[in-house]
Design a protein around this ligand. Structure first.
Ligand code: NAP
Length: 283
């Protein structure tokens, strides 16, 4: 019996249990995947406890993706470069941290749209944890990346990701006139802020003005609830190709399986589990 779970706080909203449990059943794997609400002061005990109990692995979500680092024995290069972990494997007596957020993001575009980011020019809106993983992935695919963020100083904290090639990553102020000057060169626009999420209805609902979008842009919003944010809807009206955050959610989970067992789970089953859970949340 494989023991798995996701640790976070809050955790009740997590779709990981339904997604992984559906995949376990479809793949004929004996396993159980649960969500665990962990207090920040208990994080180390939770990770060591899972190891002691014989867990195969864990997923890690807000707010522990960075906080979990001191409790791990080793990091994969992906986790090392962004100093963030969303997947843990208990393997050979060691606790190994990995990040599948960036590769999951790229895999979603590849599998849903046949889109390859290699060498593309991308505007990333936001500079938090998800942006960090996505920017690192894009840079690993030789992209030219622009980052814009409400708090400009935070966008500059991503510059270390560009390593020896700083010219490939530029911070752009969020004022429309600054953004406008780069939009013609951009192939894809990615919203990594929560602006447009259900719970944020009282906030401004667009991460950047939709007038800045051009029909040639691929527009991705990593929000998955709602599936169609106002930003995606306006992008679609402008003639842009669009993608929501369900794909990233599913493919980061697919990549977690590849890390735990070296096998690819049935992604369509995971998509269906997420769609069903999102529909149920609307009722
Ligand atoms: P985070 O680390 O807290 O970063 C949030 C970012 O959004 C920051 O850059 C922040 O700007 C910006 N932001 C927040 N509220 C804003 C507002 N009202 N106006 C403008 N900018 C705002 O969060 P995260 O972990 O990166 O997650 C961000 C979003 O991605 C969430 O909606 C999350 O659900 C989603 N996500 C989706 C997936 C997926 O699999 N689809 C995976 C991870 C995350 P400041 O620096 O100015 O605060």
């Amino acid at each position: 019996m494989e023991l798995l779970g996701v640790i976070g706080n809050p955790i009740a909203h997590s779709l990981s249990p339904v997604m992984h449990q559906a995949a376990l059943a479809a793949a004929g794997k004996q396993g159980i995947y649960l969500a665990f609400l962990v207090k920040p002061e208990d994080l180390g005990q939770a990770v060591r406890g899972a190891k002691a109990l014989g867990f195969t692995g864990l997923n890690v979500t807000i707010p522990f993706k960075q906080q979990v680092l001191p409790y791990l024995d080793a990091l994969t290069p992906e986790a090392e470069s962004i100093q963030s972990v969303n997947t843990i494997a208990f393997t050979g007596g060691r606790i190994v941290g990995h990040s599948t957020d960036g590769i999951g993001f790229a895999a979603a575009a590849e599998h849903e749209l046949g889109y390859d980011f290699t060498g593309k020019t991308v505007l990333v809106i936001g500079a938090g944890g998800a942006a960090r993983a996505i920017v690192a992935q894009l840079l690993s695919q030789q992209c030219r990346v622009y980052v814009t963020n409400r708090t400009e100083a935070r966008a500059f904290t991503l510059l270390d990701l560009a390593g020896k090639d700083p010219a490939r990553l530029t911070v752009v102020p969020m004022q429309p006139q600054n953004l406008e000057s780069i939009m013609a060169q951009v192939d894809a626009v990615v919203n990594t802020t929560p602006v447009g999420m259900k719970q944020q209805a009282a906030q401004p609902e667009l991460p950047i003005p939709a007038e800045l979008l051009l029909p040639q842009h691929l527009v991705i919003d990593i929000i998955y609830n709602p599936k169609q944010t106002l930003f995606l809807e306006l992008a679609r009206q402008k003639g842009c190709r669009t993608q929501n955050g369900v794909g990233m959610l599913v493919w980061q989970a697919v990549k977690a399986w590849e890390f735990w067992w070296g096998i690819t789970p049935p992604a369509q089953v995971m998509y269906q589990a997420v769609e069903d859970a999102l529909k149920a949340s609307l009722r």
